[in-house]
Ligand binder design. Structure first.
Ligand code: T5A
Length: 211
């Protein structure tokens, strides 16, 4: 049994990652592949506790370094406690956000220099990177409207439009720099259209691997 594949789902607020990851799971399971679905920040009990710390709205200003280090603390626990063991057991891991979100939110959004993120990425992950990144892209206003219709805004969702525009720009730039690994999907289309493209994309990944 070979190593599993690691596929992440990225994008701004409310673009449909949580919805589409289930479509990807169904597609893989129909192909007989064992799948683990997880998310960041979170994915293990301790990392989920860090997630609660990170997302809770609070009066105290959160320093950008505190936010950055907590993201990577949660990630260390998740990568070593769950993702790597699953991949080594031959399972495929589908993750709702990963380190691209740190580059986009803490880097693009908050202005943390890229080199600091790279340093922590290397420390926590070594050379481990997603095999494929599915970037769901939609205008900021579209995603925000969907997210707000669904739940009360968390600490990130309370930010201004310009913050989310920088995040979208950063994601698109990263995708443009590495077009073989990143797959950009127009998430402003109907749920059915986006779901069909995700199923096709994931089906292609399986076909390319199996021959
Ligand atoms: N974060 C995370 C960082 O700052 N740095 C990091 O390193 C990491 C890992 C939590 C926050 O943490 C930040 C980023 C985030 O602010 P999260 O829980 O993934 O991360 O947060 P959200 O992006 O807010 O996740 P959401 O659950 O809100 O958005 P999703 O998953 O993209 O969207 P989803 O699937 O829940 O859909 C939202 C609504 O839209 C509808 C759905 O039915 C749902 O109601 N919808 C559509 N409607 C119409 N047409 C479509 N095509 C639709 N697709 C979905």
């Amino acid at each position: 049994m070979g190593r599993g594949r690691f596929i992440t789902f990225e994008g701004g607020e409310g673009v449909g990652k949580t919805t589409q990851i289930q479509i990807a799971r169904d597609t893989l399971e129909r192909a007989g592949i064992e799948v683990v679905v997880t998310r960041e920040p979170g994915g293990t009990p301790m990392a989920e506790a860090i997630r609660e710390l990170l997302l809770a709205p609070r009066d105290e200003p959160v320093h950008q370094l505190t936010e950055l280090l907590l993201m990577f603390a949660a990630r260390a626990q998740h990568v070593h406690g769950k993702i790597i063991p699953a991949l080594e057991a031959g399972q495929w891991v589908l993750c709702d956000r990963f380190t691209d979100a740190t580059y986009a939110y803490q880097g693009g959004g908050r202005g943390v220099p890229r080199q600091r993120i790279e340093l922590l990425e290397q420390l926590v992950q070594g050379d481990m990177r997603p095999d494929h990144v599915i970037l769901l892209d939609a205008p900021v206003a579209t995603g925000m409207a969907r997210a707000r219709a669904r739940s009360v805004p968390d600490r990130f969702e309370q930010e201004q439009l310009a913050f989310f525009q920088r995040i979208r720009d950063c994601y698109l730039q990263r995708a443009q720099n590495d077009p073989l690994r990143y797959h950009v999907v127009d998430a402003s289309r109907s749920l059915d259209e986006v779901s069909q493209q995700i199923a096709d994309l994931v089906g292609d990944v399986v076909r390319n691997l199996t021959g």
